[in-house]
Design a protein around this ligand. Sequence first.
Ligand SMILES: CC(C)(COP(=O)(O)OP(=O)(O)OC[C@H]1O[C@@H](n2cnc3c(N)ncnc32)[C@H](O)[C@@H]1OP(=O)(O)O)[C@@H](O)C(=O)NCCC(=O)NCCS
Length: 284
Amino acid sequence: MSGGDMSWLDSENIRPYIFMRKENLFAQPGSHTKCDWFKNQPLYRNPLHMDQKAFADQILNLESKAFQHSGMPMPRWVFYDCAIMPGFVCGFAQRTETLPKSYLEQVGIDPDLDWTPLSLFIIIPTVRRGEWVAHNLCTANSLTDKRDHLYALGFLTKAFGLWYGNVEILCGFAQWQSPSIRLHSHYGSFEILTAYTPIHSHARTLTYRTIINGAYWPTFFTKDGDELNARYAATDFSVDPRSEHSLISFQRRLERDEGPFFLNPHEIRTRPLDAPLKVYRLKG
Ligand SMILES: CC(C)(COP(=O)(O)OP(=O)(O)OC[C@H]1O[C@@H](n2cnc3c(N)ncnc32)[C@H](O)[C@@H]1OP(=O)(O)O)[C@@H](O)C(=O)NCCC(=O)NCCS
């Protein structure tokens, strides 16, 4: 890996956490995608144990603050019914006594917890074998002072969950112009399933599907995805994230089954968030 400072990943004060009911645990975690980034042993917490309520409270505290600007904090019952019972909840946690001051001020801590969650990723299995839905991703980087940010915390939180959970295909959602699409597009092919989604609370939501492919992951750091991107050819149209007309016209093409259509991770990463993006097809 190269890029920003990644040394936090091997710190003895930071570990991945697994917040998953015992019956759902994976028999052979980390066996689908080859990845040697996650050397620290995950902490395990069983959400069906009453004593883990404080850890759950701290996850929800972080989540509600991270999503307060978008008006989409997760209700507590959704966390239980739609995440804990069917799915996989994970993230990174830090020894509470080592948290920076800006975490204490912007997020707040429970001093009784030895380990405090820094990030959250939730995936839920779908009825299609091997296919999951990404339901939530957030990190403390969106709340703490810039000098306290852990570089790529969001990207690595999601990578950890996909790796540990042996995810083969992932669907997910994001609002056009959200910085999150800069990381969502780096785990494999980034196919667009909906470009305009009026059934969602935010119609300007895109739905994506990714066939998970470990070859894409390092390109988040190296920013060198030319070989992978060469598999795609640009179509004769672009999508303008600022224009409802453009999103609806793209959506109509999808509904007419003119796809599959893909976006290019390098373009998403390097162009302004509101810039038009070329739409691609797989080369025949
Ligand atoms: C979106 C979110 C998960 C990103 O996590 P993060 O820990 O900040 O991001 P990472 O450090 O892993 O990734 C950094 C990359 O993402 C992009 N990025 C992250 N935040 C950004 C921002 N505010 N503006 C522009 N780009 C941003 C950058 O491209 C950056 O990489 P680069 O600096 O090398 O180009 C986090 O900001 C968050 O929790 N936001 C609030 C909740 C939310 O919107 N979740 C997404 C739901 S789909």
